[in-house]
Design a protein around this ligand. Structure first.
Ligand code: NAD
Length: 263
């Protein structure tokens, strides 16, 4: 771990998957970390907190339960982390959900659930993180989670894909407004990264398709590199985007997909 403290980062959805690895990487980079997730993942947050505390003595951590789709909970998350750790320098709005269904069967309930977490949740994290960073007047880094499905439509993922396109619009608009405050705003657009979400996508796609190999083989076949990614592949991009040398990169949604889609 870097001995120079770099500031405070919040990572939403950090109980598991990509968020967990991003939090671990930023801790290794020298950030103090506000770990956050929904209540059902609190045990995983506590376990990660304990693991990081042992691995990186001197690291300051806090664990906050917050549903990113609830405005009061996002405000309380940021207030509490700032109170405990002293500032907010990096916000990683990573939390997201997915449901797999053919468009003609997709329900409004699923549509609204996906938009409330992926779009409203990202908006709330961007908004309240930006307010705090502007008040601190030290610049900052805001990062969102888009997707390969936010660059290109996908079968059985209409709502998810639309939500991840929305994250790109939010990211571009926020970058324009916040640049003069020395706050950069970028997003990552992962392709197939081996997590619980990818497993659900694989099962859902296989259920609705004649292609029983689901998405794993297809993703491998259609990528330049020929294999799936892992959570470290996304975390290393985030590590760069939050670094001082990334000051001139803003408004971007950067693909980490092994070369499946080219802008
Ligand atoms: P995951 O399902 O393993 O983890 C998602 C995390 O978000 C979980 O910890 C979950 O509890 C949390 N979360 C869900 N709803 C929440 C809410 N309302 N408030 C707070 N936290 C909430 O998924 P992952 O693969 O780690 O995905 C992380 C992000 O990356 C998501 O936004 C996802 O859409 C995006 N993404 C993932 C992939 C992939 O292949 N895994 C590809 C593209 C984009």
């Amino acid at each position: 771990m870097s001995s120079i403290r770099k500031g405070v980062a919040i990572v939403t959805g950090s109980g598991q998957g990509i968020g967990r690895t991003i939090a671990t990487r930023l801790a290794a980079d020298g950030f103090d970390i506000g770990l956050s997730d929904v209540g059902s993942n609190k045990e995983k947050l506590d376990a990660l907190s304990a693991e990081l505390a042992v691995k990186y003595p001197g690291l300051r951590l806090c664990v906050e339960v917050a549903d990113v789709s609830v405005e009061e909970e996002v405000k309380a998350l940021i207030d509490s982390v700032v109170k405990q750790l002293g500032s907010l320098n990096v916000m990683v709005a990573n939390a997201g959900i997915n449901r797999v269904a053919p468009l003609v069967d997709a329900t409004l309930t699923d549509w609204e659930a996906i938009f409330s977490v992926n779009v409203r949740g990202t908006f709330l994290c961007y908004k309240y993180a930006a307010q705090q960073m502007i008040a601190q007047d030290q610049g900052g880094r805001i990062i969102g989670a888009s997707s390969l499905a936010g660059k290109k439509g996908h079968r059985f993922l209409a709502a998810y894909s639309a939500s991840k396109f929305a994250v790109r619009g939010l990211t571009q608009s926020a970058a324009i407004e916040l640049g003069r405050h020395r706050i950069t705003v970028n997003a990552y657009a992962p392709g197939p990264i081996q997590t619980a979400m990818l497993e659900l996508l694989h099962e859902g796609t296989a259920k609705h398709s004649e292609d029983k190999d689901g998405i794993y083989d297809k993703m491998k076949r259609t990528s330049a590199v020929g294999y799936l990614g892992n959570t470290e592949d996304v975390a290393s991009l985030v590590s760069y985007l939050v670094s001082p040398e990334a000051h001139f990169v803003t408004g971007q949604t950067v693909a980490v997909d092994g070369g499946i889609f080219f802008d």
